[in-house]
Design a protein around this ligand. Sequence first.
Ligand code: XIL
Length: 361
Amino acid sequence: MRFRHLLTLISVGLIVSTTIYLPFIRTTCPPTGLSLRELAVLNNTKVGAAVGVSYLRFEPLYQETLKIEFNSVTDEWSMKWDVIHPNKDSYAFTDADFIVDFAVRNGMAVRGHSLVWHEALPDWLTDYNWTRDELLTILHEHITTLVEHYKGKVYAWDVVNEALNTDGSLRSTIWLDTIGPEYIDLAFQWAHEADPDAILFYNDFGIETAGPKQDALIELLRGLLQRGIPVHGAGLQMHSSNTSPPPAQLATAIERISNLGLQVQVTEMDVQIYDDVGTFEEKLQRQADQYRGALQVCLDNPACTGVTLWGFTDAHSWVYWLLGHSYPEEAPLIFDPDYQPKPAYFAMTKVLGERYCQLQP
Ligand code: XIL
């Protein structure tokens, strides 16, 4: 009896002392043994990854790594038109719901991607000559249905994706060609009406670097704001390489957008090593520098509210499909195909750890 009392006393003592002291031990500077996700939380930011539903469904290590290391997810495929709206009068939410429910269950934020894009469109939509009014009705219904379906679960949407050409003109798409440039204003308005709490982004690639496309982005955003359109931020995709963009260019892009009073997120980062020179290890070090640099400049500007990677393991990346290279000639993400953290992972955790320490009184 006495022995049991002693055991109880010891257990209670352990629990109380751990509860009191653990937060201090775990957040000593620099913090040790914390995951990317824990460090992101300490820095009050989001570090996310794009998720493929087939990997999430069938690979336990994929699930485990995702929930330990990231506090935000983006669905890589299944919120796109061709998957989620396969027929004019029906929606297929199962795959996207699987990802969103996983994220919500595990306390992760969800970025919705994307409501209006020129790719991944179903044949029923592209193989018919819609009138302007018909296409407006279809777009309105699509945006309203998706945003309402995920209301309260998706906190931010890429409303319009890749509407600009490299020279800064508007891209010729079914949307522009049939509706005219107002499709952009309308898409934001309709998304806002469906969920007034959602943060609405314009998302594109190649706007991280100086040039006509970045200038056009700034003008596009300025125009939206002047017309009172509910746009809240710009997403910089950041499909990068070991040499481009230099972090200083990203910092300038973030500053230009934040000067408009908008927030910025890095939304699809990966870093290709294929074109770089040197040994595999040297390439991985330079890749780590790119991830470190991007995270650092994002943390430097309070308008930058998160960094999402386009995948997280080198076993699964769209880059292989895009350019036809295979591992290890290409290896764009922060975990290797066996889920082992790469130098880029350690660079990111180090930046977050150091930043957290700088902010302590
Ligand atoms: C890509 C996916 O990663 C591929 O698997 C898919 O087949 C094509 O789309 N910019 C975007 C993303 O906004 O939606 C794209 O995702 C990558 C480029």
